[in-house]
Design a protein. Sequence first.
Length: 477
Amino acid sequence: MRKKIVFYNPAAPYYTLPLQFLALASVLDPDRYDVRIVDARIETSVEAAHEKVKELLENAVCVGVSIITGTPIKDAIEVTRLVKSYSPSLPVVWGGWHPSIYPDQCITEGMADYCVSGQGEITFLELLDAIENNAGFDQILGLTYMKKNECVTNGERKFVDINQFPSYDFGLLPLETYFRLKGSRQIDFYSSQGCPYRCAFCADPNVYNRRWSGLKGARMLNDVIDVVRKYDVEDVVFQDENFFANRERVMQFSRSVREQGMRFSWTATSRADQIAPLPDDLLAELAQANLRKVMIGAESGSQEMLDFMKKDTLTEETIISAQNLARHNIGASFNFIVGFPEETFENTLKTLQTIKEIKKIRGSFDFNIFFFTPYPGTELFEYIVRKGYKVPVTLMEWSDIDFVLYAGYWVSAAEKEYVDRFKFYTKLATEHNPRRFWAKPLKLLAKARTENDFFHIPIEKELINLIRYKLLHEVNW
Ligand code: B12
Ligand code: SF4
C-alpha cells in the first residue's frame, strides 16, 4: 500500500503555486508514495487547513513543512504542534529558506524533527528511506537533526543540475482552485535554481553558493507546453531567482514558443544588466513570444547604494532596460530597496527620481519599493550585526517580521512616510482603470503632486484609506 507524504504550506495572503512540493514530489516513486499537499493559502481558514492535515495523518510517513522567513513561521510552528499532539511519533520535516539558514533553531525552537538545507529533492528522498528503514541519518548530506540530545548538521549537499530531476506533476495541485483565486488561468513555473550573482542583501549566494542550473531549452519547452496544453493555461510566471541568467537558453525558449505558435503569455525575473544590453532583434523575438512582463531587481537609483549592496549593475542600465522594454511593448515591474542603515535620504531620493524617470518612459510600468530587511544568511545581515544594529535572534522574533510592511528601526518615521506617500501618489497618478472614471480628479491631483514632489497634507490618501479600504486593496499600492 502506498504511504502518504503530507506537505504543508503555511498561511499567507498569496496564491503562488507551492512549486517546492512539486519539486520534492518529482523524485518520489508514485507507486510507493501518495503525495498530499495542504496549502493553507487556498483553504477557507487556517483552522480548515489544520483540519485537513489532521485527517491525512493516518498512514503517513512524515509531514513536510515549507518555510520562508517571516510570518509563515508562526503557522509552521502551530501545525508542527498539532501533528505532534495527534501523532507524537510522526516525523515533521522542515525545509525552505529559513530552515536552510537556521536549521538548529528550527529544530530546537520550532519542534521540527529534521531540517533540510538548500536544494531539497535528494536529501528528502534519502531521509524518507532512512525513516522507513530505521536506518541511520549520519550519511544524509544537507540534513540537521537531533542525535542523542544534540543537534547535529551533516555535511553540505552538492548542488545537483535540475535537468537530472523529473518533470513536475501539476496534477498534484487543485489547479482550478488556484485559477479561481488568482483570477486567471495562470501557473507559476520554476525553470532554474540558484543564481550566479552576489547581491549582499539576498540569501541566494549563501543558500546556493552562487551556483545556478537551468532546464535545457528542449526540456523546458516540453515541460511548459505540456502543462499549458493539459490545463488550458493562459499565462506562465517564471518564479526563478534569475530567469535570464543564461541568455541563449531564454532565446531558444522564445524562438520555440513563437515557432510552435503557442499563445500563452509569460513573465520572468531579470536584472537591469541582462535587459539593457539586449539588441533589438532579441527584444523583438521576446515580444513575439508573448513575453508579457519582466520583473527587474533594479534595487536603487543611487550608484553608491548599488555598489554598497554589490548589485554589480549601473543606474543607467535600469533606465536603458525600461527604454528597451517600452520600445518593444513588453511590460515591466521594477523592484527597489531603500532604508539601508546609513543610507542617506539623498540616496533614497535618487531612487524615487529613477522611478519617476521609468514612469515617464512608460506610465504602465509597475514598481515596488521595499524597505531594507536584514534577511538571515545575507552578507548585509552580518554587516549590520557587526555595526551593532539590533536584529531578530530567536525563531519567534523572526516570525514577527512582516517583510512586506517592514522598515528597519533606523529609518525615521518622516522618511518612511515620505516614501509611502511617494508610492501612493505615483501609483495613483499612473493607474489605468477605465472602470474607475470617478477617480479621475484624484488622479489629476496625484499627478500634480508627483510632478512637484509635494506630498504634504495627504488628505486624499487618508480619505481613500478611511473610506475605500477595498479600493486600496484592489489598486495594490
Ligand atoms: C514565489 C515567491 C514568492 C511568492 C510566495 C512565496 C512562497 N513560497 O510562499 C510571493 C510573491 C508571495 C513572495 C513574497 C515574498 N517573498 Co518570495 N519568493 C518567491 C520565489 C521567487 C519563488 C519560490 C518558489 O516557488 N521556488 C521554487 C521552489 C522549487 O524552490 P524552493 O522554494 O527554494 O524549494 C526548494 C528548497 O528550498 C527546498 N524546500 C522548500 N520547501 C521545502 C520543504 C521541505 C519539507 C523540504 C524537505 C525541502 C523544501 O526544496 C525545494 C526544491 O529544491 C522565491 C525565490 C526562488 N526562486 O525560490 C522568493 C523568496 C522565497 N521570497 C523571498 C522574500 C524575501 C519574499 C518577500 C519577503 C518579498 C518582499 N520583500 O515582500 C515576500 C513576503 C513573504 C512572506 N514572508 O510571506 C526570499 C526568501 C528569503 C528568506 N529568508 O526566506 C526569496 C528566497 C527571494 C530571495 N532570493 O530573496 N515570494
Ligand atoms: S538579488 Fe537576484 S541577482 Fe542578486 S543574488 Fe539574489 S537572486 Fe541573484
